[in-house]
Design a protein. Structure first.
Length: 209
């Protein structure tokens, strides 16, 4: 769908293995950061196919410690329909990114690991080189991030979020903090696409009307 043609909400899907730790934490953290923007919806799913399982108790505790409610979360399996319906798919690891593409290879340009997408957002932020530029739509941001792939080389481990499941609460806190820092990069750029303004607040810049 072209950025100008979108009328439905912009759907973000976060993917991990069981959909009980990393992806639900990321979902709730991103939802909290985008609470002011009902035109962006955030969900999550797991590649292992767990259905209707509560969030890991340590994950829920880690969220509560930073004022985020787990909100009666229940897991669901990743499906081809979910992949096709999502405008942006953010995975915990490169392995999960591959799993998404087995459902729909056409999703390549809108599927990233969480850390990869945050890194690419930082690369494309400010394009086309004018202070205060923001993306007219989140679709345009996703397309620019896909085009920027390969500009920054990192170790493979820098793309992944380690799984805290089965570990102690401190492991979940570390995971939460990494997710929060990553989403602090992603959320403002996604939300800005729905309200483009210049740095001085004067309104849309050239090419954004």
């Amino acid at each position: 769908m072209s950025p100008d043609a979108r009328t439905a909400p912009f759907e973000v899907l976060v993917v991990c293995t069981g959909n009980i730790a990393r992806s639900p934490m990321a979902q709730r953290l991103l939802q909290a950061r985008l609470a002011h923007d009902p035109s962006i919806r955030v969900g999550s799913a797991g590649t292992w196919g767990l259905q209707d399982v509560p969030m890991d108790r340590h994950a829920a505790t880690a969220l509560a410690e930073v004022g985020v409610d787990e909100g009666g979360f229940r897991s669901r399996p990743l499906t081809a329909d979910l992949v096709r319906a999502s405008a942006l798919l953010l995975t915990a690891t490169r392995e999960h990114r591959v799993a998404v593409l087995t459902h729909d290879p056409a999703a390549l340009r809108r599927t990233f690991t969480l850390r990869e997408f945050a890194r690419l957002v930082e690369v494309v932020d400010g394009v086309p080189g004018r202070p205060g530029y923001v993306w007219r739509t989140p679709d345009a941001l996703v397309a620019a991030a896909a085009d920027a792939r390969g500009r920054v080389r990192v170790a493979p481990s820098e793309d992944d979020v380690a799984d805290p499941h089965g570990g102690p609460l401190p492991a979940f806190r570390a995971c939460r903090d990494l997710l929060a820092a990553t989403l602090d990069v992603v959320a403002p750029s996604l939300a800005a696409g729905h309200a483009p303004v210049d740095q001085d607040g004067a309104g849309p810049g050239p090419g954004l009307q």
